[in-house]
Design a protein around this ligand. Sequence first.
Ligand code: ITT
Length: 199
Amino acid sequence: MIDKIIFATSNEHKVQEVKEMLIAIGVKVLSLNDVGLHIDSKETGITFEENSHIKALDISKKTDVPVIADDSGLCIDAFHGFPGAFSARFLEGQSYIEKQKEILNMLEDIDVRDAHFTCAVTYINKAKKIDRTFVSNVPGKIIREFDEEGQKGGFGYDPIFYSIELKKTFGRASEEEKNAVSHRGRAIAEFVKFLKGGE
Ligand code: ITT
């Protein structure tokens, strides 16, 4: 099995989460900083799968080390899946506190609070001619009030996302708790199953 992988992301929170999960099976996760590469691909796809593939392919062209990339986002039922693949670009330039507050405002008079996070993880291993994408979701609800306490954990929209399984927001969950049920945790679990199956 492979012993190291480059994670093609500029988001250090993602690196931290995935590092913990892959070290458990003896795979060292290298960030772009670690290897002196940077991502300059445009996320021109409409789906998570397309965008994770664009990012993984971009970096795999520059190295022979196996690469993974992640494209993920928060999909809100009442907004037909928005912000979805546009989660990072929603209110671009503003802080995540502003983004969370804006979503809570937009949902103010709406009782249907259902939402999910989705994550697509693309794995490219040039030497073995492997190019696979794993997609997973986690169900939840958007909380009603801004939660100051929840700002301490996770990142992005975690503080407003209440996990049905954990019975608390991702902002209030430990990294281990979040990884056990999250969209990224589940997509990485699928990837690990694939690796253990002989790749
Ligand atoms: P890279 O493209 O470089 O990987 P990014 O942060 O721009 O970094 P995405 O394009 O995949 O990543 O956007 C994902 C956004 O969706 C992310 O910035 C958060 O706003 C949100 N998001 C994804 N996963 C999340 C999680 O586990 N918790 C909270 N928010 C998340």
